[in-house]
Ligand binder design. Structure first.
Ligand SMILES: Nc1ncnc2c1ncn2[C@@H]1O[C@H](COP(=O)(O)OP(=O)(O)OP(=O)(O)O)[C@@H](O)[C@H]1O
Length: 505
């Protein structure tokens, strides 16, 4: 696949500016760039979701116009989006068979043929799955593999994966990469979009760097060190990403006592002090997000209590939790964090309506705007337009808006659930800077994260959850990734799970 000088202009933003790149058979090609660099726009062009204003696309040497997703599929281009676009109520076999190209479909379904095709696709990936299982019964990682199998039945030549690992456990990432290597051996070209450098270096052969919609460079990953790649992406040297500023730890702010919710978490107790960052980690499904939602009044527990500065909070009411000084930056920014059709300034100030209300019925737009502008500057939100609808922002910039919305409440304790998921390395540094500033002001932070370097470097104490229980507490300064994994995954083959990784902090 060859792109030549592709340009796409949105009102006020050139999302792609003369971008050219080539992807060969059997190559895994990473596209890297900061949030808003134009990666998703490039994918949408290839997927036939949007049309470029200028430029040429060549597949196997022939110029093509990709005017619809169906046309893209016929050309052998398949995109696996982060939300996977699968059907939760259909079986594994049905989901896979739905990928079959349109010409072959008729009004009748041959269940036998469908099963044979689906099984063949799974065999090609070397995966064992129950073809009759409902998709919704599978883990996200297995669903991801179903999405790849579906791509295979449609004669895929170019597979595009948009941040495929963001909700996968380490083990699931291993399976995904194994499947991708199999496709590569079969001559399928893969375009991989991601922000995690360890994964990019593990899987990809080549990389193209985009910055502000512009093509910066392409080349073999063997020729770029990680530092060089980051410098090309952000246009400046980025040293000491995880820089935790030491802070005097003060009085107890939040006290969680014996919190239990059947099937989710059991007997969880811990404290958060002023200026302290308490990391909570564990595998996907360990019950971390459910716990966070429970402390914030979104998921009332069966037993237990939470007190803020000694006063018990009503866990059946989110507004009571907010009034007590709690804030939660949720894991899923698009579903829980933002009102996607509202502007950046409406979203930022949604949490502080009373402060920007002129009366019961009217808001003060000037205040909305100036508060938003303040956060645009503090968090480097791009493009810097308070009026832009948030669904027009790139994923990482949406995340910064959610963060702004909750920091605006001046919380005493801020819960951050996977705050840097899908966030580029430059923006990560900005988010850590904000977290440092918050704890310096005496705010307590609960940092829920699957990224061990982040948890190890930014936390004071680390609570490890395993199957809904608190498996242990570690002093962040004196622990290792291996020690964390030992608590998080009892009785696993640790080599397979990657826990031998060195602490990169
Ligand atoms: N429909 C749209 N209308 C207006 N601007 C848009 C639209 N879609 C994207 N943009 C803008 O185009 C630019 C590129 O966005 P894009 O989503 O391609 O970035 P990205 O590199 O995928 O970022 P991320 O890593 O955060 O997902 C951004 O400035 C974004 O705000």
């Amino acid at each position: 696949m060859e792109l030549e000088a592709i340009t796409k202009q949105y009102p006020g933003v050139k999302a792609l500016d003369q971008v050219s790149l080539q992807v060969r058979r059997g190559e895994v090609h990473a596209i890297v760039g900061e949030n808003g660099a134009g990666k998703s726009t490039l994918i949408k062009v290839l997927a036939g979701v949007i049309q470029p204003d200028q430029g040429r696309i060549m597949i196997e040497g022939k110029e093509v116009a990709i005017q619809s997703p169906t046309q893209a599929r016929k050309l052998g281009i398949t995109v696996i989006y982060q939300d996977l676009s699968l059907f939760p109520n259909l079986t594994v076999a049905e989901n896979i068979a739905l990928g079959e190209s349109d010409e072959q479909s008729t009004s009748f379904i041959s269940w036998k043929k469908m099963t044979i095709k689906a099984q063949a696709a799974l065999d090609r990936l070397g995966i064992k799955l129950d073809l009759n299982a409902k998709l919704s019964e599978l883990s996200v990682g297995k669903q991801q593999l179903v999405a790849i199998a579906r791509a295979l039945v449609s004669d895929c030549k170019l597979l595009i994966m948009d941040e495929p690992t963001s909700s996968l456990s380490r083990m699931e990432v291993g399976y995904l990469f194994q499947a991708a290597m199999g496709l590569k051996r079969d001559g399928i070209a893969i375009v991989f979009i991601g922000h995690k450098f360890d994964e990019i270096y593990r899987l990809c052969d080549t990389a193209t760097v985009l910055r502000d919609g512009q093509y910066i460079t392409s080349g073999s990953l063997k020729d770029f060190t990680q530092e060089a790649l980051v410098e090309l992406m952000v246009g400046r040297k980025l040293t000491n990403l995880y820089h935790k500023i030491p802070v005097q730890i003060g009085d107890i702010l939040l006290q969680v006592n014996g919190l239990t919710k059947a099937g989710q978490f059991e007997n969880i107790s811990f404290r958060v002090r002023a200026g302290e960052i308490v990391g909570i980690t564990g595998l996907v499904g360990a019950g971390r997000s459910e716990l966070a939602e429970s402390i914030f009044g979104l998921n009332p527990p069966d037993q237990g209590s939470v007190s803020m500065k000694g006063v018990r909070i009503d866990l059946k009411s989110v507004s009571a939790c907010i009034h007590s000084g709690l804030a939660l930056v949720p894991e899923s920014r698009q579903i829980q964090g933002l009102a996607m059709k509202l502007s950046m300034q409406h979203n930022t100030t949604l949490s502080i309506m009373q402060r920007i209300a002129r009366s019961r019925w009217f808001l003060k737009p000037k205040d909305e705007r100036s508060i938003t502008e303040d956060y645009i500057q503090k968090l480097s939100i791009r493009p810097p337009y308070p009026h832009i609808q948030v669904d027009k922002l790139s994923g990482g910039n949406q995340q910064k808006v959610v963060l702004a919305k909750w920091i605006a409440t001046n919380p005493s304790v801020l819960i951050l659930d996977e705050p840097t998921n899908g966030v580029d390395i430059g923006a990560k540094a900005e988010i850590y800077k904000v977290v440092n500033e918050m704890v310096q002001k005496g705010i307590g932070v609960i940092l829920i994260s699957s990224e061990l370097p982040e948890i190890l470097s930014m936390s004071d104490r680390i609570l490890v959850m395993c199957e809904g229980k608190l498996a242990g507490e570690l002093d962040a300064k004196h622990t290792t990734q291996a020690a964390v994994m030992k608590l998080a995954v009892p009785g696993i083959n640790r080599e397979e799970d990657g826990s031998k990784d060195e602490v990169t902090a």
